[in-house]
Design a protein around this ligand. Structure first.
Ligand SMILES: [Zn+2]
Length: 302
């Protein structure tokens, strides 16, 4: 089995072709790893950008790449065909640290090759997700490459961070340390139609309360104190990417604010619910509320 760990650098540029932002790849680095988890070869290509010759300061600061260096680079199309030849094994598992690099690669394959898939990739594994699973890091936050190196005691000294080749070599070292055949085989995905559909699927946050993906039951709540069903006292409003409404427990008079967020993901809707007790109002607020209800000052002693 051949394992390919790949890393890319890119430059954000506006393109008139699609009238939008495009992440143009300017460098590809990769390391080839064998069954014994030994690095056996490396690949490096500098790509001359054509959409924008001008590098953003962000990219210059992050990578240290100079526009001059890119002038001597090659065409993306040519770099990809060289990479394919270098990989040689058509069944190789290709890996990147998170799917961000993969998305950018796909974007470039579309733009320059007019292809809807990555030509040299039959099987893929997201090394970041796999590493997180192996290190019991949880899924709440994404683990950076530096964090993984730190946790595994892999030294970063002498490495040119945020340059494609050195980053791919570091990522390859991380892979060699966390690799375990059974769990890894489950992390490998065939790069088929569903794979690309999933990769390019854009999660949508539902903003219409009457949308079919909003589960009616997710919109009712029970009192956290006495367990009785709450009564909604306001309309549902969509704000800060979620539906919000006020609720009242008629039994214990507790007031709540409810927040329901519905995200439509590739596998279907995912609903998150949150109920927060409203801070008790000051005596003055209460009096004013009463006055408002009755249209007259509250009776003394209330
Ligand atoms: Zn209650």
């Amino acid at each position: 089995m051949t394992y390919i760990v790949m890393d890319l650098e890119w430059n954000g540029a506006y393109t008139r072709k699609t009238k939008g932002f495009f992440n143009e790849i300017i460098e590809i680095g990769a390391v080839k790893i064998n069954d014994r988890m030994e690095p056996v070869d490396t690949f490096h290509a500098v790509i001359r950008p054509v959409v924008s010759r001008k590098l953003s300061t962000l990219v210059q600061d992050l990578t240290g790449i100079e526009e001059q260096e890119l002038e001597g680079g090659q065409q993306f199309t040519r770099a990809v065909s060289q990479l394919r030849k270098w990989i040689a094994d058509p069944d190789a598992v290709v890996m990147t640290w998170s799917t961000t690099d993969l998305m950018v690669l796909l974007e470039n394959c579309r733009y320059f090759l007019g292809r809807e898939q990555i030509p040299f990739m039959k099987r893929y594994a997201d090394l970041q997700a796999y590493c997180q699973e192996r290190l019991d890091y949880g899924t709440a936050q994404q683990m950076g490459l530096s964090k993984a190196c730190e946790l595994l005691g892999i030294p970063e000294e002498g490495m040119d961070l945020h340059r494609a080749l050195d980053d791919s070599i570091l990522t390859g070292r991380v892979f060699a340390r966390v690799f375990e055949p059974v769990t890894f085989s489950r992390a490998v995905r065939p790069a088929d139609r569903e794979f690309y559909d999933r990769l390019t699927f854009k999660t949508v946050i539902i903003s219409d309360i009457n949308d079919e993906n909003v589960d009616r039951e997710a919109l009712s709540f029970r009192c956290e104190g006495c367990g009785r069903p709450l009564r909604r006292t306001s309309d549902w409003k969509f704000r800060s990417r979620a539906f919000c409404a006020e609720f009242l427990c008629r039994s214990c008079k507790t007031k709540y604010t409810a927040r329901v967020q519905v995200k439509l993901k590739y596998d279907g809707p995912v609903t998150k619910r949150k109920l927060v007790v409203k801070a008790p109002e000051s005596e003055k607020d209460k009096r004013e509320e009463k006055r408002g209800e009755n249209g007259a000052p509250a009776p003394a002693g209330v």
